[in-house]
Design a protein around this ligand. Structure first.
Ligand code: SAM
Length: 438
């Protein structure tokens, strides 16, 4: 495989290309690495490669001309990659895909980066090696070279394949041990010293699962897991769910009707059941149904009593567990007061909206909503209680949106239609906030 690296500092690569496995692969011709310096293609006495940015601001920007000329000098460039923190992440899957290419050309940026027109004009693929900023693309290019190059057939020795490594199958790799058998009083796990391949394989699988759960739980979302894996993970200690700080509040007033007028909507049996069951599944603190109508509150309480302490609860104890999370309140203020009493601290109030703007008052111009992402609510949940407020009818009235501490980003905000039933919206929002149990 042929790599061409465009860099203002070719010397950066000299030792890396001459040692260890990469050095051997270069020597054996498994990978070939050509270094091209764009400065050699710059024109003028001082051969400038950068200039000041249009629009002002600090730093310099690499000019497109010398880079384009350097690119044109590469006979068969293959896929052309530019390294930039704003690129798509370089992952093991992508490294596998790139290793199938016959040639790759990699552009290393310096200073503030390069003129954007070069990316468009040359069809460059922007890639990043992580969510941090390096001084230049050279260290990133070495990461790419190592990650891709080692997957080229002939790079690794016989018997090595990379199939069992971290990220293969979506999990982190299990820990390794070698001699001595006892080090600083710590023993190599007994199962690895026995001769059973099946037992070693099971131990390694479970160690991989444990390690991924502890260090990168978000990877489990995309991992290939069997039922046995899930049962094993369920038995592992996990941090307490953030959900225990989250209370849901379903407002039947003040909400809007379909013409945008203030309205009071009736309580529905389905909302009560489904929202309690979602709250139980995600281990939430509770769910409060708010209506100013006394007879509706009485109806709600009868319903909850039936499914908890009444005949319904006795016949279906599983559902009773879920419905026990439900309670009634007369107003948003009362719902806030209930959480404050329960949690010993006033909650942050997070409203929800399917729309991107609201009308502050009749006849006034609509105002854009300043949304917060799910990550902010997660951070708040680490600090204290949160009350997530959803509206029936056609959504929460403006006074609720302005009164809340923040409004959470809508579900399917970019779709032409996103008017979900409120209990579906709750399920999706809670899953976005809390996700799987890892
Ligand atoms: C100081 S950085 C420029 C950062 C740029 N102004 C920004 O904020 O996105 C200079 C060069 O380093 C390289 N670089 C820095 N961080 C990187 C990363 N995480 N992944 C890939 N390349 C990176 C890029 O080639 C970039 O053009």
């Amino acid at each position: 495989m042929r790599f061409t690296i465009l860099t203002l500092f070719p010397e950066f690569f000299h030792s890396a290309l001459a040692c260890a496995q990469l050095g051997k692969a270069v020597e054996a011709g498994v990978v070939r690495v050509d270094l091209v310096n764009p400065r050699d293609f710059a024109v003028g006495r001082h051969r400038p490669v950068d200039d000041r940015p249009y629009g002002g601001g600090p730093g310099m920007v690499m000019m497109p001309g010398p880079l384009a000329a350097a690119l044109r000098s590469v006979a068969e460039p293959g896929r052309k990659i530019v390294l930039t923190p704003s690129g798509a992440p370089l992952t093991q899957d992508l490294a596998r895909e790139l290793a199938l290419e016959p040639a790759l050309t990699v552009l290393c940026g310096r200073y503030e980066g390069m003129d954007e027109r070069l990316l468009e004009d040359e069809g460059l693929t922007p890639l990043s090696v992580g969510d941090f900023v390096l001084n230049g693309g050279e260290a990133a290019a070495l990461c790419l070279l190592e990650a891709v190059g080692r997957l080229v057939p002939g790079f690794m020795g016989k018997g090595e394949s990379g199939d069992e490594e971290s990220f293969s199958g979506g999990l982190l790799e299990y820990p390794h041990y070698t001699r001595p058998e006892v080090y600083q009083g710590l023993e190599v796990p007994e199962v690895l010293r026995g001769g059973s391949h099946a037992k070693v394989a099971l131990w390694r699988r479970q160690a991989s699962l444990r390690r991924t759960l502890a260090r990168r739980p978000e990877l489990l979302e995309g991992a290939h897991l069997s039922g046995a894996d899930i049962d094993y993970l369920r038995g592992q200690e996990r941090p307490a769910s953030l959900g225990r700080g989250l209370t849901v509040c379903l407002l039947h007033h003040p909400v809007l009707d379909k013409s945008g007028k203030p309205a009071t909507v009736s309580l529905t049996n389905l909302d009560v059941h489904d929202m309690c069951r979602v709250s139980r599944t995600y281990e939430l603190a509770g769910v409060c149904f708010v209506t100013p109508l006394a007879d509706q509150r009485e109806l709600g309480m009868r319903l909850l009593r039936h499914w908890t302490d009444g005949a319904g609860g006795r016949a279906n104890p599983d559902r009773a567990n879920a419905l026990r999370l439900g309670r009634m309140a007369e107003s948003l203020d009362e719902a806030i007061a209930q959480v404050t009493e329960q949690a010993g601290q006033a909650p942050r109030v997070v409203a929800t909206s399917a729309r991107t703007s609201y009308c502050p008052a009749r006849g006034r111009k609509p105002r854009a909503i300043d949304f917060i992402p799910a990550g902010v609510v997660r951070r708040w949940l680490k600090q204290g209680p949160v009350l997530l407020v959803l509206g029936t009818g056609h959504g929460l009235a403006p006074e609720v949106l302005t009164r809340a501490d923040a409004v959470l980003s809508p579900v399917r905000a970019l779709a032409a239609y996103n008017h979900l039933p409120v209990r579906s919206a709750l399920a999706i929002l809670v899953d976005r906030l809390l996700g799987e149990t890892w």
